[in-house]
Design a protein around this ligand. Structure first.
Ligand SMILES: [Zn+2]
Length: 187
């Protein structure tokens, strides 16, 4: 089993679906994403490239919008999975919440535009409740390089190179490199 992948058996199909549809949960500040295991798929080779994230669509008009419209609007952001219960029941009027599957390395648009039923252009704000961040150093998910929990590991591995790169350059060293002979500069 590759790092960060756990095989879990659920007691019921309903329990499994509830976990998959809940969106990412944060566990020890790391996102926990539940996926259905595909038979005959090598877990070592399977890369996670998409995550379900809750997206808010603010706007008081949203309370009048039906499920199919909101799912279509969500389709402009990614693959819409479902509405949250308060949105579906129209209990929430400040914003609609849609669970949308997005590319981890994709762009997270702040606005989408579409035509309303009268052909008028509507600009809709999009707020990601949580954005998948990928660490540039360890390629882990849920944190940036500033707070990388694997920092100690990569420091040990990479410091020699980093020191080489960041060593202050002496004014003469560039020329010395070019000529391959530093004594020229002393003459
Ligand atoms: Zn990291």
């Amino acid at each position: 089993m590759p790092d960060g992948v756990f095989l879990v058996r659920f007691g019921s199909i309903e329990g499994r679906d509830a976990s998959m549809n809940a969106g990412p949960m944060l566990f020890d500040r790391k996102p926990l994403i539940v996926r259905k295991r595909k038979p005959r798929i090598n877990l070592r080779e399977e890369k996670i490239s998409t995550v379900p994230v809750w997206v808010r669509l603010p706007g008081s008009d949203l309370k009048f919008w039906g499920k199919s419209t909101l799912m279509k609007i969500g389709g402009l952001v990614g693959v819409p999975l479902k509405l949250d219960i308060a949105t579906a029941n129209k209990e929430l009027i400040e914003y609609a919440r849609v669970l949308i599957e997005v590319e981890i390395n994709g762009s997270f648009m702040e606005h989408i535009e579409f035509l309303d039923e009268n052909g008028g252009n509507v600009k809709q704000e999009v707020i990601f409740v949580w954005k998948p961040v990928t660490c540039s150093m360890c390629k882990g998910m849920g944190h940036t390089v500033d707070i990388c929990p694997n920092k100690r590991v990569w420091k040990q591995t990479y410091v020699p190179t980093a020191q080489k790169v960041w060593r202050p350059v002496q004014p003469s060293s560039k020329q010395a490199d070019v000529y391959g002979n530093s004594s020229i500069l002393d003459q």
